[in-house]
Design a protein around this ligand. Structure first.
Ligand SMILES: Cc1cc2nc3c(=O)[nH]c(=O)nc-3n(C[C@H](O)[C@H](O)[C@H](O)COP(=O)(O)OP(=O)(O)OC[C@H]3O[C@@H](n4cnc5c(N)ncnc54)[C@H](O)[C@@H]3O)c2cc1C
Length: 488
């Protein structure tokens, strides 16, 4: 039977970080269920010279950010990143522009409230079930009303917009799922909040990480680890692998190893953990609460590639505030006739459209819409043509220009929930979870006193969960620990 000292499960950034750390002298095999390396980092060519990151897109923070350091060396970070605050256009339902001063003030109010919510981290006087939504409901509207002199409709539109950004940032289905006490557990690194990439997106970073795996025999793609059993006699792990080949035929193989670093997403663990480790009752007991309690839902993106831009040149972000219910209803009516799609689906999607981001990394005009909440799941069942058309028509209607002249040339959408090796976007602290759940998820399984199965991946990082740098750090962390065990 094939033998390896170490098996790394998952070729996302955590798995690649672990492989780089173990280095060429350790006999490891990296097993990846899909046909590419990168996992939730996936760069797709939407058109010629247009690379779109359908998963992770930004680098969050600079100081002490190992991801930033690598990408800076690779010279793949865009110089425009610092301009992220400029060129924002905010349009209301009647097509008028919101005064930028009002938007600035609203943003300051929002940021203050968010900081106050973050400061509640660990406050044991707050009931455990209290969510960010509870906190916002109590404070946000009142504070916006007292700081801004504008109509109730605009205030409601602003609340909708800020809430949707928060849903996207946290990857949760509803802000009622987001724990208030744990909300401040995520640590922001100094520097800009979001650094963008040059054209090519995350691709150079993934190539760089892969370059440390010198030998292709150390990577097995299209191979899913389906069962792991600890053998008491030999202190080894018996690993069952299902290989998917192009003809859709399945083949099962087994490998023995001494150690394993497991890096799959929390979404995958929620669905498969108890069957993969069904022989390891102790391990299941150790982790089942953490896996159940931590949150993992879906966000998705739609990218639209155009022949030429039709939005104001100087704007890189167009925000829509849905200030008139009637406008939404009219849009739903006209799209229903055009698209032959369920009215309620169209409405859910339109209500979730709050911004169009101009992709700065390419000369070709590309708009990106981010979706969270129920709309993110719903769009996975719509065709690219339909979802692209909805996004396009809504923008044209708000800009008050003809939608026919400037149809998108290509539309691309992500489907992170349908991907059964991921099942969502990234982890968050739900009202059922506590920070210690991440520690519980991380802790290694040591049936003979020596850690045999270690756990990495973004969800195991208590400070930087939900990010690429958090995932990378977790892989390096487990790789380093394993090296010290092997070298003892
Ligand atoms: C839409 C979206 C936008 C995002 N935006 C950002 C952003 O702008 N900035 C940021 O920092 N982060 C962002 N993230 C989060 C970031 O992408 C993730 O935190 C990070 O990539 C997770 O890496 P990972 O290695 O932990 O997990 P993954 O990337 O999920 O890697 C795990 C790998 O394991 C494989 N696998 C699973 N089960 C098995 C098995 N049984 N056998 C073999 N292989 C298996 C999977 O196929 C996968 O490739 C975003 C994510 C999404 C989905």
């Amino acid at each position: 039977m094939e033998y390896r000292k170490v098996i790394i499960v998952g070729g996302g950034v955590a798995g690649l970080g672990a492989a780089k750390t173990l280095g060429p002298n350790v006999n490891y095999l990296l097993i990846e269920a899909q046909d590419y390396l990168g996992g939730r980092i996936l760069t797709i060519d939407a058109a010629e010279n247009v690379a779109v990151d359908v998963g992770a897109q930004f680098i969050h923070g600079k100081e002490k950010n190992i991801l930033y350091e690598i990408c800076e060396q690779l010279n793949c970070i865009s110089d425009d990143s610092n301009n992220i605050e400029n060129g924002v256009l905010v349009i209301l339902s009647d097509g008028t522009e919101l005064d930028s001063e009002i938007m600035q003030k609203a943003k300051l109010v929002w940021e203050d409230i968010i900081q106050e919510a973050q400061a509640k981290f660990g406050d044991t006087t707050i009931p455990a079930h209290y969510s960010l939504a509870d906190y916002l409901q109590k404070h946000l509207k009142e504070r916006l009303l007292s700081s801004l002199s504008c109509s109730d409709n605009i205030i409601d539109g602003l609340i909708d917009y800020f809430s949707s950004i928060e849903l996207i940032e946290n990857g949760c289905l509803s802000l009622s799922d987001l724990s208030l006490i744990e909300y401040g557990s995520f640590e922001y690194l100094d520097g800009e909040d979001e650094y963008e990439f040059k054209n090519g997106g995350y691709r150079p970073f993934i190539s760089y990480m892969k370059s440390f795996i010198l030998d292709d025999n150390r990577i097995r793609l299209n191979s899913e680890v389906i069962r792991v059993k600890y053998l008491e006699d030999s202190h080894q792990l018996l690993v069952h692998i299902r290989h998917h080949n192009k003809t859709n035929e399945e083949e099962i193989s087994t490998i023995l190893c001494d150690h394993m670093i497991w890096t799959s997403s929390l979404g995958y663990l929620k669905e498969n953990f108890s069957s993969i480790f069904s022989d390891e009752i102790q391990l299941i007991e150790q982790k089942k609460n953490a896996i159940n309690n931590l949150g993992f839902d879906t966000i998705n993106k739609v990218a639209m590639v155009y022949e030429k831009s039709f939005w104001p040149e100087e704007n890189h972000l167009i925000i829509l505030l849905h200030t008139q219910k009637q406008k939404l209803l009219t849009l739903v009516e006209s799209l229903k006739a055009l698209l032959n799609t369920k009215e309620t689906d169209i409405q859910t999607i339109i209500e979730a459209i709050h911004m169009y981001e101009v992709l700065s990394s390419t000369e070709v005009p590309v708009l990106i819409c981010w979706f969270a909440g129920p709309a993110a799941l719903l769009l996975e069942n719509l065709s690219e043509k339909v979802i692209g058309q909805i996004c396009h028509e809504v923008l044209c209607s708000y800009l008050n220009i003809s939608s026919e002249l400037n149809q998108p040339k290509h539309v691309l959408k992500s489907e992170w929930y349908k991907n059964r090796f991921v099942r969502g976007s990234y982890s968050y602290c739900s009202t059922k979870s506590r920070t210690k759940d991440r520690e519980q998820l991380r802790i290694g399984y040591a049936p003979d006193g020596i850690p045999r199965i270690q756990f990495a991946g973004e969800a195991t990082n208590a400070k930087f969960y939900g990010t690429v740098h958090g995932a990378l750090e977790s892989g390096i962390r487990e790789g380093t620990e394993l090296l010290s065990i092997i070298n003892k």
